[in-house]
Unconditional design. Structure first.
Length: 445
């Protein structure tokens, strides 16, 4: 018994250790490295760039030790591995200062520079075309050892190209370049796919974002609007619900708490909402073939201006009562079970198969083929009476050459003088469909 208990204890301990190993492994974050992550973009020179993604520069830098580079002197004028002019550089990561105090900051840059710490703007008025210079931003309270989320942008418009971030731990008396040892960063987030690719302009589409280096607490924007119900599933997956947006394509951006962000350009498309109406009941659900009656339709998602058909024929007029009810005047002349179709103005539609049944004799059964159709001619005095069985609409005409010989009088052919009367017959059933035509001749006296 003791041996068995020991074995069970050993198995339990091993299983627990394995489970803990899985938990630790699945929750582990990538280790931070010295320096900052960077994304480098090229932009059109027409205007000063905004602090936003543009065309990502292929082969450009992705990481720097610190913000201190003279691109002209050190790299032959190539800015951050991209091109000589019209380059935008985005720095992200964290920065720790060794001691608590009141600091001052200055970015010596040609051209513009902008900086925030923990999403609080610090360097704000330097986003302008200028030579190597920068305003002093003093009276900034810093907590020593705290990892401030750093978000910095630099752009080069033309001419010189350089940027150096400096700090003063005594609020402006002495200045130093912020060294690499102060900066740390995690691998930058990436977006590889979005699902689904389209959704309603009204918002509310449940979005799944797949990528790398996502962090719990990340935020998501679609077309600049904030996604709600963001859920961190793993380092490679996030879910959220889209905000409302404008018709067309929209960028999707994931922003980690350390301000690193990934943007997939035009990844999601807003489309005009397609409604999804339903039909729950029809009353009455039956009616006579030759009778038109009002029918009430109950369901969901109805819209004013919708159309209704029964058996392919308009059920009209139709009256929109609410999103859950409408009524319409059904067509006549149909037979048997027919589908009801409701179509909203945005093309959203629903079909209730065999939703209404017309009762009675099918009026088309006797007129399907000419062989089921009979014409008879009976002499009544000097007249020839033409009859049709089964009954329908019969049209008798005489040829132009016979108009002096005979004429049509109702369902009769009347002789006017001796000769030959050429005539034709057209038979139409009760639904207005041409069944058959016949031609003949008679002798008149």
């Amino acid at each position: 018994m003791k041996t068995m208990r020991a074995l069970i204890a050993l198995i339990s301990t091993a299983a627990l250790a394995a489970a803990l190993a899985l938990i630790v492994s699945s929750g582990a974050q990538a280790e931070a490295t010295v320096g900052l992550n960077v994304k480098v973009y090229s932009y059109d020179p027409g205007n000063t760039p905004e602090r936003q993604p543009y065309t990502l520069c292929e082969g450009a830098w992705t990481h720097v030790d610190n913000i201190d580079a003279d691109f002209d002197a050190q790299f032959g004028g190539i800015v951050a591995g991209c091109q000589p002019e019209f380059v935008l550089v985005h720095y992200t990561g964290s920065v720790r200062f060794p001691s608590t105090g009141v600091y001052a900051f200055q970015a010596l840059a040609d051209d513009g520079f902008w900086l925030s710490l923990d999403e609080t703007p610090v360097i704000t008025n330097d986003w302008v075309l200028k030579g190597r210079s920068g305003s002093v931003y003093s009276d900034i309270s810093i907590v020593g050892g705290h990892a401030y989320a750093l978000d910095a942008w630099y752009y080069e418009y033309g001419g010189g190209a350089n940027a150096t971030l400096t700090y003063s731990p005594d609020n402006g008396s002495t200045w130093e370049t912020v060294p690499p040892s102060f900066f740390t960063s995690l691998p930058g987030a990436t977006i590889t796919s979005i699902s689904p690719l389209v959704g309603s302009m009204a918002g509310g589409t449940n979005l799944t974002i797949t990528g790398t280096a996502f962090v719990s607490g990340a935020t998501v924007t679609v077309g600049g609007g904030t996604c709600t119900n963001v859920a961190f599933v793993s380092e490679t997956s996030l879910t959220c619900r889209t905000p409302s947006g404008s018709l067309g394509v929209a960028d999707v951006t994931v922003r980690n708490p350390d301000t690193q962000q990934a943007t997939k350009i035009g990844a999601f498309t807003y489309q005009i909402p397609i409604s999804n109406p339903t039909i729950n009941s029809v009353s009455p659900a039956t009616g006579a073939t030759a009778e038109r009656i009002w029918i009430d339709i109950v369901g969901t998602g109805f819209v004013s201006g919708s159309t209704v058909t029964v058996g392919g024929s308009p059920c009209s007029p139709n009256i929109f009562l609410s999103a859950n009810a409408l009524t319409c005047f059904n067509p006549s002349g149909l037979y048997g079970a027919q589908d009801i179709v409701i179509t909203n103005p945005d093309s959203g539609s629903v079909t209730k198969t065999r939703g209404f049944t017309f009762q009675g004799t099918d009026p088309s059964l006797n007129y399907q083929t000419p062989r089921l159709f009979k014409l008879s001619f009976v002499a009544v005095g000097k007249l020839l009476k033409v009859t049709q069985k089964p009954k329908g609409s019969l049209k008798v005409t005489v040829s132009a050459a016979s108009r002096l010989v005979c004429k049509v009088s109702g369902s009769y052919l009347k002789g006017l003088k001796a000769g030959t009367c050429s005539f034709s017959l057209k038979s139409v059933d009760s639904l207005g469909r041409l069944v058959t035509t016949k031609a003949g001749k008679i002798k008149t006296r």
